[in-house]
Design a protein around this ligand. Sequence first.
Ligand code: CP
Ligand code: NVA
Length: 306
Amino acid sequence: MKDYIAVADYSPEDLQSILARAVSLKTEWKERENPPILKNKVLAMIFQKPSLRTRISFDMAMRHLGGDALYLSPAEIGLGKRESIADVARVVSGYVDGIMARVFDHEHVLELAKWAEVPVINGLSDYNHPCQAAADALTIQENFGSLKGLKVCYVGDGNNVALSLLHICAKLGADFTIATPEGYEIDPEAVSVAEKFAAESGSSITQLNDPMEAVKGSQVIYTDTWVSMGQDEEAAKRAKVFPPFQVNQSLVNEAEKDVIVLHCLPAHRGEEITDEVADGPNSRIFPQAHNRLHAQKAILVKLLTS
Ligand code: CP
Ligand code: NVA
């Protein structure tokens, strides 16, 4: 596998080996420092949208492994506008060892990967967010030992983050329940792909419209913004539909006692999550954000050294 574009492209064994590598890189880094596995390697980071976590964690991951990263802001390159994606991919491939791209249109990251001679990593598209999913799985594993047999419940918009979480849960054997407002479900094609993964791992997928019912028996509650980047014109409409899907203390009280609450961040406090929950004892949102560093190191090592 040259690229990391979607969780769905990877076997459960490959995903487990990425997680195992992330664990060892994290331990090694906490105890001393990582050896320079990516010495002299450079990652180009192309951003069409803003970022805090993705930008810094990829940059630091490369530095910790002895390599370097180039940040290319939305104002630069003009991917698909100033220059065709195919041309950008072929030019950049001659300068660097890998490309991480955050794009609006998922087709654009696929097009980059098609033409690039170096590995391409999807740093979020309108369709999915596979690097986030790797960090999410690492965080769940740290709290419960493994994903197998857990009940993971996503509450809110069936967006890019929900889709990647669904796929990693289905691949790694966690039961996945989602509660969305009607009309905001995960893309049905992605759900039917996930049904196959779930059948192979022996897990289940449940889609509901009632958050209280959905979180019952859950060990993980996950939420994300109601309005993703690129959906600003829908903000007023969504603000009317989503409030019953807020992750607040009453909702958390319906789940298992040891439930952990996750959010990919940035959080819109007072909307999809309350301060009480985000800063409360069940929250793991900051360790989860920090795990982006370790999960992505494992992905970089896998792609840039093979
Ligand atoms: N969760 C996440 O991808 O955050 P950024 O948008 O800040 O990169
Ligand atoms: N669903 C959000 C995730 C941000 C990390 C978005 O696409 O804006």
